[in-house]
Design a protein around this ligand. Structure first.
Ligand code: ADP
Ligand code: MG
Length: 258
């Protein structure tokens, strides 16, 4: 098991219980989606995993080790993080952005240069074209591809993604999402995807944790949620994707009849 979150709780000073009794697991090559409305505790959960926040209760294991027994800085260098927007350093080239963690880890320059080109290829950006380009000279989708390459740079077994595709137009989003899933299958990392978009979760996740007010109200495979929504909130979240799927099916069936 790459990631094991057990009964995680996070209370902020002042008493906000942002996360309560949250448990989920991700094995190598699996993607778990955390889905829910703004403020339900998704980002707090991610930040507890890489110790940007200290949990108030529960237990988190990454690759078999309790994260509280691991140095927080070393832990963060081992876990890939893709943020909303791209989080790139604007004054650094694509190559320098991707190289940030390998540099901190003390990799030799030649190895870093080779890794940067390999990663640009993996996220389908031509290294000769993009190596020296700054974020301001790239499209939103290209910047987020660099963000994904940076998260993968140190061969992380675990990638955390916080609304990574939210700011992109639908076609760019679909292309990048498909590529990230193919990379997950190819490289075998475990991934946690935070999204408020149930359709995105249904299309990408092995398992979905639906969150509401800090708790998980349903945890299961997309097919489980669709077959047995456990809560009216889950039912409501499924309504739009189901309606759209039905409408597309009607239209394509109609076309087949012509
Ligand atoms: N540093 C903080 N101090 C106090 N409350 C916080 C802090 N960060 C988040 N919260 C609160 O915790 C809850 C969950 O926030 P968050 O995890 O960011 O939600 P989400 O990512 O699902 O939108 C919200 O009520 C938010 O206001
Ligand atoms: Mg958030």
């Amino acid at each position: 098991m790459i990631l094991n979150v057990e009964a995680l709780a996070k209370r902020f000073p002042g008493g906000v219980e942002a996360v309560r009794d949250v448990s989920f697991q991700a094995d190598a090559g699996e993607l778990v989606a955390l889905v829910g409305e703004s403020g339900c505790g998704k980002t707090t959960t991610l930040k507890c995993i890489n110790r940007l926040l200290e949990p108030s209760g529960g237990r988190i294991e990454v690759d078999g080790a309790d994260v509280t027994a691991t140095d927080a800085v070393a832990l963060r260098r081992r876990i890939g993080w893709v943020m909303q927007g791209d989080g790139l350093f604007p004054h650094l080239s694509a190559a320098a952005n991707i190289a940030v963690t390998p540099k901190l880890l003390g990799w030799p320059d030649a190895e870093i240069a080779a890794r940067v080109d390999e990663l640009l290829d993996l996220v389908r950006l031509n290294p000769d074209e993009f190596r020296d380009r700054r974020p301001s000279d790239m499209s939103g989708g290209q910047r987020q591809r660099v963000g994904v390459a940076r998260a993968l740079a140190s061969r992380s077994k675990l990638i955390l993604m916080d609304e990574p595709f939210g700011a992109l137009d639908p076609i760019t989003r679909d292309g990048l999402r498909t590529d990230v899933m193919a990379l997950k299958d190819k490289l075998g990392f475990a991934a946690v995807l935070v999204t408020h978009d149930m359709a995105e979760a249904l299309l990408t996740a092995d398992r979905i944790a639906v969150m509401d007010q800090g708790r998980i109200i349903q945890y299961g495979a997309p097919s489980d949620l669709l077959a047995h929504p456990a809560d009216p909130i889950v039912e409501r979240m499924l309504e739009t994707p189901l309606r759209e799927a039905r409408r597309v099916r009607e239209l394509t069936e109609g076309r087949a009849d012509v």
